[in-house]
Design a protein around this ligand. Structure first.
Ligand SMILES: [Zn+2]
Ligand SMILES: [Zn+2]
Length: 195
């Protein structure tokens, strides 16, 4: 038995020894896995423990193993305009080359720019995490045209009548309004002539 540093029982770890190094050989990976902590942004993300669906394929290429396919799952968050809860699904295309340590790609690429294959397994968790995080909106909306909140009372515009307004008058105008009322100057306002 060969022991690897990675937890071989993690559902994100794929044993690729059966794939072999012959370019062109394929290994499909269809799995449902539980999301770890922290797959997402502050405002929207996958809840830890929720199910992510991996529809991936491992392809043996000259340089290493090319992993591609889709990751999908439920996300929850908060509308950035009206703060209503959002429930949605994310589906993201992922592609990543896990290069053999002795390959040209590995030797000509910076340490942190390429995933390296060590041992006979691939850990998909960083790929899944990064893919989902990059696909999420920084400012999620409950609807494309969410009207947000009234800045004065904080209520949702969707719940307010269209004529909703607050009669708070700027103090500088309030004095003027009072003056206009006391002098009856409203009467001096020229009327619009209509035929
Ligand atoms: Zn909203
Ligand atoms: Zn209001």
């Amino acid at each position: 038995m060969v022991h690897h540093a990675r937890n071989p029982r993690s559902p994100y770890v794929v044993d690729i020894r059966e794939l072999g190094r012959r370019p062109g050989s394929l290994l499909p990976v269809h799995r449902t896995v539980r999301a770890p902590q922290g797959v997402g942004l502050d405002v929207i993300g996958v809840q830890a423990g929720d199910e992510l669906t991996l529809e991936l394929r491992m392809e043996s290429v000259v340089e290493g193993v090319l992993v591609s396919g889709t990751v999908s799952g439920p996300v929850v968050g908060e509308c950035s305009r009206c703060l209503d809860p959002i429930q949605d699904v994310v589906e993201v295309e992922v592609v990543e080359l896990f290069a053999y340590p002795d390959s040209a790609t590995s030797e000509t690429t910076d340490e942190d720019e390429v995933s390296r294959l060590t041992g006979g397994t691939i850990d998909l968790e960083p790929l899944v995490r990064d893919g989902v995080v990059l696909a999420l909106p920084v400012a999620p909306l409950c609807r494309e045209d969410c009207a947000g909140l009234c800045v004065d009372c904080g209520q949702r515009w969707d719940d307010l009548p269209p004529e909703h307004q607050h009669s708070t008058i700027d103090p500088r105008w309030a004095a003027l309004a009072q003056y206009a009322t006391s002098t009856g100057s409203d009467a001096d306002v020229p009327k619009t002539k209509e035929s």
